[in-house]
Design a protein around this ligand. Structure first.
Ligand code: ADP
Ligand code: MG
Length: 323
Protein backbone atom coordinates (compact mmCIF):
# COMPACT_ATOMS: atom_id res chain seq x y z
CA UNK A 1 0.00 0.00 0.00
CA UNK A 2 1.30 3.45 -0.96
CA UNK A 3 1.56 5.99 1.83
CA UNK A 4 0.44 9.53 1.09
CA UNK A 5 4.07 10.65 1.13
CA UNK A 6 5.19 7.89 -1.27
CA UNK A 7 2.31 8.66 -3.59
CA UNK A 8 3.30 12.33 -3.89
CA UNK A 9 6.98 11.44 -4.27
CA UNK A 10 6.41 8.80 -6.96
CA UNK A 11 3.73 10.39 -9.09
CA UNK A 12 3.80 14.15 -8.59
CA UNK A 13 7.19 15.32 -7.25
CA UNK A 14 9.36 14.95 -10.33
CA UNK A 15 13.17 14.88 -10.19
CA UNK A 16 14.84 18.23 -10.90
CA UNK A 17 15.30 18.81 -14.61
CA UNK A 18 12.46 16.53 -15.77
CA UNK A 19 9.84 19.24 -16.19
CA UNK A 20 9.44 23.01 -16.33
CA UNK A 21 11.24 24.80 -13.48
CA UNK A 22 9.21 27.97 -12.93
CA UNK A 23 9.18 28.20 -9.12
CA UNK A 24 11.94 29.13 -6.68
CA UNK A 25 10.68 26.28 -4.47
CA UNK A 26 8.23 23.60 -5.62
CA UNK A 27 6.77 20.51 -3.94
CA UNK A 28 8.06 19.53 -0.49
CA UNK A 29 7.68 22.48 1.85
CA UNK A 30 4.68 24.09 3.50
CA UNK A 31 4.33 26.53 0.62
CA UNK A 32 5.78 26.84 -2.86
CA UNK A 33 7.68 30.02 -3.63
CA UNK A 34 7.14 31.89 -6.89
CA UNK A 35 9.31 34.88 -7.76
CA UNK A 36 7.12 37.75 -8.92
CA UNK A 37 8.02 38.79 -12.46
CA UNK A 38 8.75 42.47 -12.29
CA UNK A 39 5.80 44.58 -13.40
CA UNK A 40 3.56 41.63 -14.30
CA UNK A 41 0.19 40.76 -12.80
CA UNK A 42 -0.63 37.24 -11.59
CA UNK A 43 -3.78 35.64 -13.03
CA UNK A 44 -5.22 32.96 -10.71
CA UNK A 45 -8.07 30.53 -11.31
CA UNK A 46 -9.42 27.27 -9.80
CA UNK A 47 -11.56 24.59 -11.38
CA UNK A 48 -12.81 21.47 -9.65
CA UNK A 49 -13.77 18.21 -11.37
CA UNK A 50 -16.06 15.92 -9.39
CA UNK A 51 -16.78 12.30 -10.33
CA UNK A 52 -20.39 11.79 -11.35
CA UNK A 53 -20.84 15.48 -12.00
CA UNK A 54 -18.07 16.50 -14.44
CA UNK A 55 -17.00 13.04 -15.59
CA UNK A 56 -18.33 9.49 -15.44
CA UNK A 57 -17.08 6.95 -12.89
CA UNK A 58 -14.39 4.77 -14.47
CA UNK A 59 -13.15 7.56 -16.78
CA UNK A 60 -9.73 6.86 -18.30
CA UNK A 61 -7.20 8.40 -15.85
CA UNK A 62 -4.86 9.74 -18.56
CA UNK A 63 -7.71 11.66 -20.22
CA UNK A 64 -8.81 12.88 -16.80
CA UNK A 65 -5.32 14.20 -16.03
CA UNK A 66 -5.33 16.09 -19.32
CA UNK A 67 -8.83 17.50 -18.91
CA UNK A 68 -8.34 18.60 -15.28
CA UNK A 69 -5.48 20.86 -16.30
CA UNK A 70 -6.94 21.79 -19.71
CA UNK A 71 -10.04 23.42 -18.22
CA UNK A 72 -7.80 25.49 -15.93
CA UNK A 73 -5.39 26.52 -18.70
CA UNK A 74 -8.45 27.55 -20.69
CA UNK A 75 -9.24 30.13 -18.00
CA UNK A 76 -5.71 31.56 -18.27
CA UNK A 77 -6.14 31.66 -22.07
CA UNK A 78 -9.40 33.58 -21.67
CA UNK A 79 -7.52 36.27 -19.71
CA UNK A 80 -4.58 36.27 -22.12
CA UNK A 81 -2.21 35.13 -19.35
CA UNK A 82 0.85 32.92 -19.87
CA UNK A 83 0.83 29.76 -17.71
CA UNK A 84 3.46 29.62 -14.94
CA UNK A 85 2.44 26.96 -12.42
CA UNK A 86 -0.40 25.09 -10.76
CA UNK A 87 -1.37 23.29 -7.58
CA UNK A 88 -3.30 20.02 -7.42
CA UNK A 89 -5.70 19.11 -4.60
CA UNK A 90 -6.68 15.49 -5.01
CA UNK A 91 -9.19 13.35 -3.12
CA UNK A 92 -8.78 9.67 -4.04
CA UNK A 93 -10.81 6.64 -2.91
CA UNK A 94 -7.67 4.45 -3.12
CA UNK A 95 -4.01 4.79 -4.09
CA UNK A 96 -3.98 2.64 -7.25
CA UNK A 97 -0.68 2.67 -9.15
CA UNK A 98 -2.21 2.23 -12.62
CA UNK A 99 -4.62 5.07 -12.04
CA UNK A 100 -1.95 7.38 -10.60
CA UNK A 101 0.44 6.60 -13.44
CA UNK A 102 -2.19 7.32 -16.10
CA UNK A 103 -3.48 10.45 -14.39
CA UNK A 104 -0.06 11.99 -13.79
CA UNK A 105 1.08 11.12 -17.35
CA UNK A 106 -1.90 12.91 -18.92
CA UNK A 107 -1.48 15.84 -16.52
CA UNK A 108 2.27 16.32 -17.08
CA UNK A 109 2.09 15.90 -20.88
CA UNK A 110 -0.17 18.95 -21.06
CA UNK A 111 1.69 20.84 -18.32
CA UNK A 112 5.04 20.40 -20.07
CA UNK A 113 3.56 21.48 -23.41
CA UNK A 114 2.62 24.77 -21.75
CA UNK A 115 5.77 25.21 -19.64
CA UNK A 116 3.61 25.08 -16.52
CA UNK A 117 5.03 23.57 -13.30
CA UNK A 118 3.17 21.57 -10.64
CA UNK A 119 4.31 23.46 -7.53
CA UNK A 120 2.26 21.88 -4.74
CA UNK A 121 -1.08 20.59 -3.64
CA UNK A 122 -2.86 18.37 -1.18
CA UNK A 123 -3.72 14.67 -1.19
CA UNK A 124 -6.40 12.95 0.83
CA UNK A 125 -8.59 9.85 0.81
CA UNK A 126 -12.16 10.48 -0.30
CA UNK A 127 -14.56 10.36 -3.26
CA UNK A 128 -12.62 11.17 -6.47
CA UNK A 129 -12.33 14.93 -6.71
CA UNK A 130 -9.68 16.92 -8.58
CA UNK A 131 -9.14 20.62 -7.89
CA UNK A 132 -6.45 22.53 -9.73
CA UNK A 133 -5.44 26.16 -9.22
CA UNK A 134 -3.41 27.75 -12.02
CA UNK A 135 -1.15 30.78 -11.89
CA UNK A 136 -0.34 32.85 -14.97
CA UNK A 137 1.38 36.11 -15.88
CA UNK A 138 -0.11 39.02 -17.79
CA UNK A 139 1.08 42.60 -18.30
CA UNK A 140 -0.89 45.34 -16.50
CA UNK A 141 -3.85 46.54 -18.56
CA UNK A 142 -3.52 43.66 -21.05
CA UNK A 143 -5.81 41.06 -19.44
CA UNK A 144 -8.90 40.20 -21.52
CA UNK A 145 -11.68 40.98 -19.07
CA UNK A 146 -15.37 40.16 -19.40
CA UNK A 147 -16.34 43.78 -18.73
CA UNK A 148 -14.48 45.36 -21.66
CA UNK A 149 -16.78 44.78 -24.69
CA UNK A 150 -17.90 47.94 -26.52
CA UNK A 151 -20.80 48.58 -28.94
CA UNK A 152 -19.55 48.09 -32.49
CA UNK A 153 -17.07 45.34 -31.54
CA UNK A 154 -16.98 42.21 -33.66
CA UNK A 155 -17.63 38.95 -31.80
CA UNK A 156 -15.23 36.11 -32.61
CA UNK A 157 -14.95 32.44 -31.72
CA UNK A 158 -11.89 30.19 -31.90
CA UNK A 159 -11.90 26.64 -33.30
CA UNK A 160 -15.19 24.79 -33.59
CA UNK A 161 -18.25 24.26 -31.41
CA UNK A 162 -20.66 21.51 -30.50
CA UNK A 163 -18.84 18.21 -30.98
CA UNK A 164 -18.44 17.68 -27.22
CA UNK A 165 -22.18 18.18 -26.72
CA UNK A 166 -22.88 15.89 -29.67
CA UNK A 167 -20.77 13.16 -28.03
CA UNK A 168 -22.82 13.50 -24.86
CA UNK A 169 -26.05 13.29 -26.88
CA UNK A 170 -24.70 10.12 -28.52
CA UNK A 171 -23.87 8.57 -25.14
CA UNK A 172 -27.32 9.44 -23.82
CA UNK A 173 -28.99 7.97 -26.90
CA UNK A 174 -30.52 11.34 -27.87
CA UNK A 175 -28.83 11.14 -31.27
CA UNK A 176 -27.84 8.05 -33.29
CA UNK A 177 -24.12 8.21 -34.19
CA UNK A 178 -22.06 5.45 -35.75
CA UNK A 179 -19.01 4.25 -33.80
CA UNK A 180 -16.49 6.34 -35.76
CA UNK A 181 -18.54 9.53 -35.36
CA UNK A 182 -19.07 8.87 -31.66
CA UNK A 183 -15.34 8.32 -31.13
CA UNK A 184 -14.38 11.45 -33.08
CA UNK A 185 -16.88 13.63 -31.21
CA UNK A 186 -15.87 12.10 -27.86
CA UNK A 187 -12.27 13.26 -28.39
CA UNK A 188 -13.55 16.80 -28.06
CA UNK A 189 -15.37 15.93 -24.84
CA UNK A 190 -12.41 14.16 -23.21
CA UNK A 191 -9.43 16.04 -24.66
CA UNK A 192 -10.26 19.75 -24.88
CA UNK A 193 -7.49 21.94 -26.29
CA UNK A 194 -6.97 25.11 -24.24
CA UNK A 195 -6.39 28.02 -26.66
CA UNK A 196 -3.46 29.41 -24.72
CA UNK A 197 -1.32 30.67 -27.62
CA UNK A 198 -4.27 32.51 -29.16
CA UNK A 199 -5.35 34.11 -25.87
CA UNK A 200 -1.80 35.27 -25.15
CA UNK A 201 -1.42 36.67 -28.68
CA UNK A 202 -4.73 38.57 -28.45
CA UNK A 203 -3.70 40.11 -25.13
CA UNK A 204 -0.04 40.82 -25.81
CA UNK A 205 -0.72 42.36 -29.22
CA UNK A 206 -3.70 44.33 -27.88
CA UNK A 207 -6.05 42.79 -30.46
CA UNK A 208 -9.10 41.88 -28.34
CA UNK A 209 -11.15 43.76 -25.75
CA UNK A 210 -13.26 41.22 -23.83
CA UNK A 211 -12.94 37.44 -23.74
CA UNK A 212 -14.36 34.34 -22.05
CA UNK A 213 -13.76 30.63 -22.49
CA UNK A 214 -16.80 28.59 -23.50
CA UNK A 215 -17.49 25.86 -20.97
CA UNK A 216 -21.27 26.05 -20.55
CA UNK A 217 -22.32 26.84 -24.12
CA UNK A 218 -21.68 29.92 -26.26
CA UNK A 219 -24.99 31.70 -25.73
CA UNK A 220 -24.81 31.45 -21.94
CA UNK A 221 -21.13 32.33 -21.69
CA UNK A 222 -21.36 35.23 -24.15
CA UNK A 223 -24.20 36.42 -21.90
CA UNK A 224 -21.61 36.89 -19.12
CA UNK A 225 -19.63 39.29 -21.31
CA UNK A 226 -22.80 41.20 -22.21
CA UNK A 227 -23.91 41.47 -18.58
CA UNK A 228 -20.50 42.52 -17.26
CA UNK A 229 -19.97 45.01 -20.09
CA UNK A 230 -23.52 46.45 -19.99
CA UNK A 231 -24.09 45.84 -23.71
CA UNK A 232 -26.15 43.59 -26.02
CA UNK A 233 -25.35 41.66 -29.19
CA UNK A 234 -26.58 40.09 -32.38
CA UNK A 235 -25.26 36.59 -33.07
CA UNK A 236 -25.35 34.96 -36.52
CA UNK A 237 -26.17 31.36 -35.60
CA UNK A 238 -25.43 30.10 -39.11
CA UNK A 239 -21.92 31.58 -38.95
CA UNK A 240 -21.02 29.41 -35.94
CA UNK A 241 -18.26 26.94 -36.87
CA UNK A 242 -19.69 23.49 -36.10
CA UNK A 243 -17.23 20.75 -35.18
CA UNK A 244 -16.41 18.27 -37.97
CA UNK A 245 -18.82 15.62 -36.67
CA UNK A 246 -21.63 18.04 -35.88
CA UNK A 247 -21.24 19.62 -39.33
CA UNK A 248 -22.62 16.40 -40.83
CA UNK A 249 -25.81 16.53 -38.72
CA UNK A 250 -29.13 18.20 -39.58
CA UNK A 251 -29.44 21.99 -39.31
CA UNK A 252 -31.58 21.94 -36.17
CA UNK A 253 -28.95 19.97 -34.28
CA UNK A 254 -26.09 22.03 -35.74
CA UNK A 255 -27.65 25.26 -34.60
CA UNK A 256 -28.59 23.97 -31.15
CA UNK A 257 -25.29 22.34 -30.22
CA UNK A 258 -23.01 25.02 -31.63
CA UNK A 259 -25.01 27.84 -29.98
CA UNK A 260 -25.58 26.17 -26.63
CA UNK A 261 -23.60 22.93 -26.40
CA UNK A 262 -21.07 22.99 -23.59
CA UNK A 263 -17.59 21.62 -22.86
CA UNK A 264 -16.16 23.38 -25.94
CA UNK A 265 -13.29 25.29 -24.25
CA UNK A 266 -13.04 27.68 -27.17
CA UNK A 267 -12.40 31.41 -26.72
CA UNK A 268 -15.18 33.89 -27.46
CA UNK A 269 -13.76 37.40 -27.71
CA UNK A 270 -14.72 40.87 -28.89
CA UNK A 271 -12.54 43.26 -30.86
CA UNK A 272 -12.59 46.52 -32.72
CA UNK A 273 -13.45 45.98 -36.41
CA UNK A 274 -10.14 47.65 -37.32
CA UNK A 275 -8.32 44.57 -35.95
CA UNK A 276 -9.87 41.99 -38.30
CA UNK A 277 -6.82 41.29 -40.44
CA UNK A 278 -4.43 41.14 -37.50
CA UNK A 279 -6.76 38.75 -35.63
CA UNK A 280 -6.93 36.39 -38.61
CA UNK A 281 -3.12 36.53 -38.82
CA UNK A 282 -2.78 35.82 -35.08
CA UNK A 283 -5.09 32.81 -35.42
CA UNK A 284 -3.07 31.50 -38.36
CA UNK A 285 0.18 31.97 -36.44
CA UNK A 286 -1.25 29.88 -33.55
CA UNK A 287 -2.77 27.25 -35.84
CA UNK A 288 -6.23 28.06 -34.41
CA UNK A 289 -9.11 29.03 -36.72
CA UNK A 290 -10.95 32.21 -35.79
CA UNK A 291 -14.45 33.04 -37.06
CA UNK A 292 -16.45 36.26 -36.84
CA UNK A 293 -19.93 35.43 -35.51
CA UNK A 294 -21.67 38.66 -34.57
CA UNK A 295 -21.59 42.20 -33.31
CA UNK A 296 -21.76 43.94 -29.91
CA UNK A 297 -24.53 46.53 -29.71
CA UNK A 298 -25.63 49.16 -27.20
CA UNK A 299 -29.14 47.67 -26.98
CA UNK A 300 -29.25 45.14 -24.12
CA UNK A 301 -30.09 41.50 -24.81
CA UNK A 302 -28.86 38.81 -27.18
CA UNK A 303 -30.52 38.61 -30.61
CA UNK A 304 -30.05 35.41 -32.61
CA UNK A 305 -30.32 35.67 -36.40
CA UNK A 306 -29.91 33.22 -39.29
CA UNK A 307 -27.49 33.58 -42.19
CA UNK A 308 -29.87 35.99 -43.97
CA UNK A 309 -30.17 38.21 -40.88
CA UNK A 310 -33.73 37.10 -40.03
CA UNK A 311 -34.52 36.66 -36.31
CA UNK A 312 -34.25 33.06 -35.12
CA UNK A 313 -36.67 32.10 -32.41
CA UNK A 314 -34.68 29.30 -30.85
CA UNK A 315 -36.01 28.23 -27.46
CA UNK A 316 -32.62 28.19 -25.77
CA UNK A 317 -33.90 26.75 -22.53
CA UNK A 318 -35.08 23.78 -24.54
CA UNK A 319 -31.65 23.05 -26.01
CA UNK A 320 -30.65 20.89 -23.08
CA UNK A 321 -33.64 18.64 -23.54
CA UNK A 322 -33.20 18.23 -27.24
CA UNK A 323 -35.68 15.66 -28.49
P1 ADP B 1 1.16 20.04 4.64
O1 ADP B 1 1.09 19.01 5.74
O2 ADP B 1 2.05 21.18 4.92
O3 ADP B 1 -0.19 20.42 4.13
P2 ADP B 1 1.47 17.89 2.84
O4 ADP B 1 2.07 16.82 3.69
O5 ADP B 1 0.01 17.87 2.57
O6 ADP B 1 1.88 19.30 3.43
O7 ADP B 1 2.21 17.94 1.44
C1 ADP B 1 3.62 17.81 1.38
C2 ADP B 1 4.10 18.52 0.13
O8 ADP B 1 3.58 17.85 -1.00
C3 ADP B 1 3.67 19.97 0.04
O9 ADP B 1 4.71 20.71 -0.54
C4 ADP B 1 2.46 19.92 -0.89
O10 ADP B 1 2.32 21.12 -1.59
C5 ADP B 1 2.82 18.76 -1.80
N1 ADP B 1 1.65 18.02 -2.30
C6 ADP B 1 0.71 17.34 -1.62
N2 ADP B 1 -0.18 16.75 -2.44
C7 ADP B 1 0.19 17.08 -3.69
C8 ADP B 1 -0.32 16.79 -4.98
N3 ADP B 1 -1.42 16.06 -5.18
N4 ADP B 1 0.33 17.30 -6.05
C9 ADP B 1 1.43 18.06 -5.87
N5 ADP B 1 1.97 18.36 -4.71
C10 ADP B 1 1.36 17.88 -3.61
MG1 MG C 1 2.23 22.54 6.08
Amino acid sequence: MLSEFDLIKQYFDRPAGSGPQRAVLGIGDDCALLAATSGMQTAISSDMLVEGRHFFAGEDPRRLGHKSLAVNLSDLAAMGARPVGFTLALALPAAERDWLHGFSSGLFALADAHDCQLIGGDTTKGPLNICITVFGAVAPGRALRRDAAQPGDDIWISGTLGDARLALAGLRGEVALDAAAQAAAATRMHQPTPRVALGVALAEQGLARAAIDISDGLVGDLGHILARSGVGATLDVDALPAGPVLARQEQRLRRAFSAAGGDDYELCFTADAAQRERIVAAGAACGTAVTRIGRIEALAGLRLVDGAGAPLDLALAGFDHFA
